[in-house]
Design a protein around this ligand. Sequence first.
Ligand code: BES
Ligand code: MN
Ligand code: ZN
Length: 498
Amino acid sequence: MKITINEHQLPQSGALVASALQGGKLLATAKQLDKASKGAISKAIKASRFDGRKGQWLDILAPAGIGADRVLLGGLGEVKDIKPLGLEDFGGAALQRLASCGLKNMIIACDPITGAKGDPALSAASMAYGARLASYRFDKYRTKMKAEDKPSVTSLSVLAQSPAAARRHFKALEAIADGVFMTRDLVSEPANVLYPDSMAQQCRTLSKLGVKVEVLNEARMEKLGMGALLGVGQGSPRESLMVVMRWQGAGAKTKPVAFVGKGVTFDTGGISLKPGPGMEMMKWDMGGAGTVIGLMKALAGRKAKVNAIGVVGLVENMPDGKAQRPGDIVTSMSGQTIEILNTDAEGRLVLADALWYTQERFKPQFMVNLATLTGAMVIALGHENAGLFSNNDKLAQQLFDAGAEVDEGVWRMPLSDAYDKKINCAIADMKNIGGRDAGSITAAQFLQRFVNKVPWAHLDIAGVAWGDQGKPTVPKGGTGWGVRLLDRLVANHYEGGK
Ligand code: BES
Ligand code: MN
Ligand code: ZN
């Protein structure tokens, strides 16, 4: 779908979205339409329960006297509550309603609102951004889709008061949406198509945006001593890989920020095999890595003034004659040894070496890792928030605030010596599981043993990487969760060379 931002002018055809405030007060475009149609809009409102509340919509087909083929009137709610996020939802919900309406052109009028806070150019850009995020589809494998199942809308024009300024805002937002889409694509791809090597190829496509991409193969990782990561991949015929992506948007002396992702392209559980039902979900066990890759795309795409490192550990966890066994002891790059008591607790093993490598090589200002790490996280927080674990209160607060700003919530969970003890082991430095209790926390304690004092946060995204429900700007399926949050973290605090 092509999106443009243009001057206000009533269209002569297409599906036009106009708006009203709570109480039914029509904004400029709706008012104009009402006049031109000799009151058809007001009449339609009277014939319905529409009163301009947020989330209310009224579809008016072919009103006489106006050019547009149909009008969708949306409620914006109360002026004091209007914020960029709500306008994104407005644009997203409008697009979802009209995408398959049969018309090709859609127009959203972003009218001035007296008394509203914020930059009107950003409001128009937010509506366009919301519509863009909502327009995502993953239907490349549906070869027999009927024409009526495909979206009809191919172009969207957002009408703004100051189109040039709105376009400038939208340009950066579009780059973020591109990153979100890349993550959604990666998460949606099945594991016969997306495996470590093909995922590394996807990373390489970022080089055209100026990202430096380096791929470490098994031989290289063996030399580096990454026994924890390599053990996970040893039951798969697919070679394990680690990909390092570097975006240099700030001066050479500025310390980088680092993002590390779990990229288990399929998690069968290994010899500690998972039960059959639902196992197909484990194609998105590379969601953490997917988010890191999408984030790097977003940062490079909008030329963020930051030095950012993205590191992803890519492995497939398979049961096989060569697979690692429960009871095996592996030596991680840090030198610490790990007794594998459950081969299904593999994400932490991949991250152990990826985190250690990242802090040792890049000495970053901070490391944030993302991982679909534990089923227990879904039990604790459901699909509404990701778990946040951190050794640094400032970083934790910055993540919490950024999450609230982009509607990707995080909720802080505890870390402490008492939990850490649960992974102590009699015959190695640690074991890879801590028992049923506090399963997400003991997993986080395990990771903390590999961060070596660097300010660090772990986001357990098991509950948020995939959505069965769908939201105005997040269609069902791969959500792309975390790209917007981490982009906002960077924009709020780590750009401008400090
Ligand atoms: N990838 C899973 C966690 C997961 C479960 C993510 C459901 C998304 C949805 C992870 O590798 C895993 O298997 N964790 C185990 C850990 C246990 C063996 C200590 C789990 O959560 O059961
Ligand atoms: Mn597992
Ligand atoms: Zn896993």
